[in-house]
Design a protein around this ligand. Structure first.
Ligand code: KIV
Ligand code: NA
Length: 264
């Protein structure tokens, strides 16, 4: 199986072939997802929530994300590994964006970066692309701006639809190789998908996007609390892990583990 590159995703769009992307934050899960044939893995700044336990993605830093990227890249020989640029590390200027992205490629060994925003980050996307760094854009609901978007809300409704289309076109024109659309009405996401020549990746954006992405803990049932409407749980890994830990502790208490077959 060849290593996934950005041109493979473009070819899939042109062939009408849909594909799945997942987040990953460590070596062990990256190996499993790569083995399962997931072509793109995202070391999301959602690590803020699922790895570090912060309430939002705002506080997570490059130094917190970099070691996770290194682990994922080692575990995923076939996947295209995309690293999220965290809040505050690219907005100031195109130069700041390039300096941060270079760290993710040089120290993290990522293949591409993702950043949030449409037209407002077009200069950053242009500079990154010129520096040889593939960029995945992220529009619609952008969690790093949660304080400015009035909470977790669907974007692109009413007047917002025109804004969303302009943002999609702006990131494509600036050189992004793909664009994530988060919490966008399905019909609008379908329109954007057909209008753009680059692949769209949906999360809460309907079935017409070229690809789909989910946070793996949401997809596998490891997250706590009420899941977002766009999440489907494909397994109950949390329940299974809890059962395993409970059984292990119980067998240790009863003296049933370790048995002779586990002893030297
Ligand atoms: O950080 C993340 O996990 C993301 C995806 C859900 C798109 O940005
Ligand atoms: Na993210």
């Amino acid at each position: 199986r060849p290593k996934t590159r950005t041109h493979h995703l473009l070819a899939k769009k042109n062939a009408g072939e849909k594909w799945a992307m997942l987040t990953a934050y460590d070596y062990s899960t990256a190996r499993i997802f790569d083995d399962a044939g997931i072509p793109v893995l995202l070391v999301g700044d959602s690590a803020a929530n699922v790895v570090y336990g912060y309430d939002t993605t705002v506080p997570v830093t490059v130094d917190e994300l970099l070691p996770l990227v290194r682990g994922v890249v080692r575990g995923a020989p076939h996947a295209l590994v995309v690293a999220d640029l965290p809040f505050g590390t690219y907005e100031v200027s195109p130069e700041q964006a390039v300096a941060t992205a270079v760290r993710f490629l040089k120290e993290g060994l990522a293949h591409a970066v993702k950043l949030e925003g449409g037209e407002r980050v077009a200069p950053q996307i242009r500079a990154l692309t010129a520096a040889g760094i593939p960029v995945m854009a992220h529009i619609g609901f952008t969690p790093q701006s949660v304080n400015n978007l009035g909470g977790f809300r669907v974007q692109g409704r009413g007047d917002g639809a025109e804004r969303l289309v302009l943002d999609a076109e702006a990131v494509q024109d600036a050189g992004a190789f793909s664009v994530v659309m988060e919490m966008v009405p399905a019909e609008l996401a379908a329109q954007v998908t057909h209008k753009l020549t680059i692949p769209t990746i949906g999360i809460g954006a309907g079935v017409e996007c070229d690809g789909q992405v989910l946070v793996w803990q949401d997809m596998a049932g490891l997250s706590q609390g009420k899941a977002a409407k766009f999440v489907k749980r494909f397994a109950d890994v949390g329940g299974e892990l809890r059962r395993a830990a409970t059984d292990y502790a119980d067998e240790v208490r009863r003296g049933a583990f370790p048995g002779p077959e586990h002893s030297f």
